[in-house]
Design a protein around this ligand. Structure first.
Ligand SMILES: C[S@@+](CC[C@H](N)C(=O)[O-])C[C@H]1O[C@@H](n2cnc3c(N)ncnc32)[C@H](O)[C@@H]1O
Length: 233
């Protein structure tokens, strides 16, 4: 009997925003796996830390930070080989994933490598988008409105065109792209409609109008923007 591969969403940071199913699987795990970025501590592991029993085997995938895809792919290839060995030995493997596994989640890289060979289950999680909207008290989409999700690293021209054509907008992966994103939103005259949220649901959470946001943003930050929202819906 081979083991089951679980991709488990942990929510956006606060451990009590994890689903009961995720908590049950982590508590019962003999093997957990998670990525770390360029040797830094794993945010995903920190969310689940209180649930990981002593003696559990931890498979750590150290993903280098580089624009080229090959080094990250090599890290996931190596991790997939270790995970496959545990599954072949009959052990279930619980992969920890911040937010939701299928929403810009690292688990997708393991899913692509392993799900055709091994029984795989995905446990959805509260996403950072819904957590940031809640923190900012900012309803995102009602009736037939459209919500556009954009990654901050997009080129300036593309960001501008996509924001111009959108209704509600969420911009993720803000980090070092804050100045560029701010410039685009300012040029479109939309700064007054935008909120900045960093490290939502954690003790260090910051929620500010974009106009008051700091000059530097952490990687775990987001900008939310709604245009012409009707207060009476
Ligand atoms: C690789 S994506 C991971 C998304 C995650 N799988 C989810 O479901 O929300 C990382 C981006 O998510 C956003 N993010 C994740 N957690 C966040 C938090 N607690 N507060 C603000 N933004 C967050 C940031 O924009 C960050 O750059």
């Amino acid at each position: 009997m081979t083991g089951v591969l679980y991709g488990v969403g942990l929510g956006p940071g606060a451990p009590d925003l994890m689903t009961l199913r995720a908590a049950r699987l982590i508590k019962g795990a003999a093997v957990v796996a998670y990525p770390t970025l360029a040797g830094a501590d794993s945010f995903a592991r920190s969310i689940a830390a209180d649930l990981i029993a002593p003696g559990v085997r931890e498979i750590v995938m150290d993903v280098p930070m580089s624009v080229e895809r090959a080094p990250a792919q090599a890290a996931y290839d190596k991790g997939a080989i270790e995970i496959a060995a545990a599954l072949d030995a009959g052990q279930n493997v619980v992969c920890l994933c911040e937010g939701d596994p299928f929403f810009y989640g690292s688990f997708m890289y393991l899913f692509a490598r392993l799900s055709e060979t091994y029984q795989t289950e995905v446990v959805p999680g509260v996403t950072s988008v819904t957590a940031c909207a809640a923190a900012a008290c900012m309803p995102l989409a009602a009736r037939n409105e459209r919500l556009t999700v954009l990654p901050g690293p997009l080129p300036e021209d593309e960001l501008r065109a996509r924001i111009e054509g959108a209704e509600s907008v969420v911009i993720m992966k803000v980090g070092r792209h804050l100045a560029k994103i701010r410039g685009v939103i300012d040029a479109l005259g939309l700064t007054a409609d935008a909120m900045y949220v960093a490290r939502a649901t954690l003790a260090e959470e910051v929620v500010l109008p974009l106009a008051d946001a700091p000059e530097k943003a952490p990687y775990f930050s987001m900008i939310l923007l709604t245009k012409g929202a009707d207060p009476w819906l």
